[in-house]
Ligand binder design. Structure first.
Ligand SMILES: [Zn+2]
Length: 386
């Protein structure tokens, strides 16, 4: 019996374009239409030619790909769990605003980093002290460390650091982290957001506080997320406070799309706070860490991420959406071992958004496209090239 025809949400031209930019790189690109949750492109790199899995040689080809250290069969877009790095900072800002720990005017100092109780988390040169939106613009580590500490150690409000962390985690889960989102593809991974028990086992109940787990505040430490989850968060910000479960099936012949792919999910954060985060992400593009994404006539919003990697060179990440008003695309880009977020994440993310919204890349941005097409970052991974 023949199966039913289905129509996918993937935009074939955008898919091919994003795949070409990810050639000779390891990582993923996920783009979502925020208003529908439809996945516009889903790239995992390196990939493989599906014709290798047809015909007499398929068994041998499959075994070769299974043994390939670059793991072409591993769908990084929905299965790779990465430290989100600074792409995590918008979620922190939202939780701190919702919990009343900060207002948009609350300032925290940055002494080239966060220094507290013998602990130091480095940062880079920018004005200090600074409030939330400039902190998002400059991706200030110290701001989000101080904010996290102000919440987790606020015993007067929460009773204990454990209780505060429990509330922090519930907000995080409501934004789609820590559990599978439920994409209509097999094999999705859930990422990881630790809970109180996890830290109690590790450090002992009552023996940990904000400083013990401070790297969580900047998307490092134990935190892991899939590129799909990061793209979904960006779609949530683009929608100013809700998301629809990302999916690739747009239509099924003679039937209706399952209700779960139409339903709005509303996180535990009041919708007006998202405007402040979106504004900070807009400032990152006009005058901060995402300037390479600044287009002449499309208002792009973005957030870079550079995630420390204990196994080698840092990972380069970006999440963004555009336009600022009534967004049509939200995107996450993650390039393994590619260094700063601004070096690969921002160019690839902004080129894919531009291609989708404008239909072409204008002459003044061709150099950036060329640079991405020509770059090879697999060479930094310590494994063989394709
Ligand atoms: Zn700073």
């Amino acid at each position: 019996v023949a199966g039913k025809n289905i129509k996918l949400s993937l935009n074939i031209e955008l898919q091919q374009y994003a795949e070409s930019l990810m050639m000779n790189k390891k990582g993923a690109v996920v783009a979502i239409e925020p208003s529908t949750g439809e996945i516009l492109c889903l790239v995992s790199a390196p990939s493989y030619d599906p014709s290798l899995l047809v015909g007499r040689e398929r068994g041998g080809n499959y075994n070769k790909m299974m043994a390939d250290p670059d793991k072409p069969l591993f769908n990084r877009a929905i299965q790779a769990t990465y430290p989100p790095g600074s792409t995590f900072k918008p979620t922190q800002g939202l939780i701190l605003l919702e919990e009343g720990i900060i207002t948009t005017g609350t300032m925290f100092p940055c002494a080239h980093g966060f220094i507290s109780g013998g602990l130091r988390v480095g940062c880079h040169g920018h004005g200090s002290p600074l409030p939330l939106k400039p902190a998002l613009q400059t991706s200030c580590n110290a701001y989000f460390c101080w904010g996290f500490k102000a919440m987790i150690d606020k015993r007067g409000k929460y009773g204990s650091s454990a209780n505060a962390f429990d509330i922090w985690k519930k907000h995080m889960v409501s934004m789609g982290y820590g559990y599978k989102l439920g994409v209509d593809l097999p094999g999705e991974y859930r990422g990881f957001i630790p809970n109180v028990d996890f830290y109690n086992k590790w450090y002992g109940a009552g023996h940990w506080s904000a400083n013990t787990i401070i790297s969580v505040s900047i998307g490092q430490g134990e935190i892991l997320a899939t590129p799909l989850q990061i793209a979904n968060l960006c779609a949530t910000i683009a929608n100013r406070g809700h998301y629809i479960t990302p999916h690739v099936v747009k239509e099924i012949q003679d039937t209706v799309v399952p209700a779960e792919y139409l339903e709005k999910h509303v996180p535990t954060i009041a919708s007006h706070w998202y405007n402040d985060i979106a504004e900070g992400m807009r400032m990152a593009v006009t005058g901060g860490t995402c300037r390479l994404a600044n287009l002449t006539d499309i208002e792009v919003c973005g957030k870079t991420g550079t995630a420390q990697n204990p196994h080698g060179r840092d990972h380069s990440a970006f999440m963004g959406f555009a336009p600022y008003h009534d967004p049509k695309i939200a995107i996450a880009v993650y390039v393994e071992n590619a260094g700063f977020g601004a070096t690969f994440g921002v160019p690839i993310g902004s080129l894919v958004m531009e291609r989708y919204l404008r239909g072409y890349i204008p002459p003044e941005r061709k150099y950036l496209e060329e640079r991405m097409l020509q770059s090879n970052t697999i060479q930094f991974a310590g494994t063989k090239k394709h």
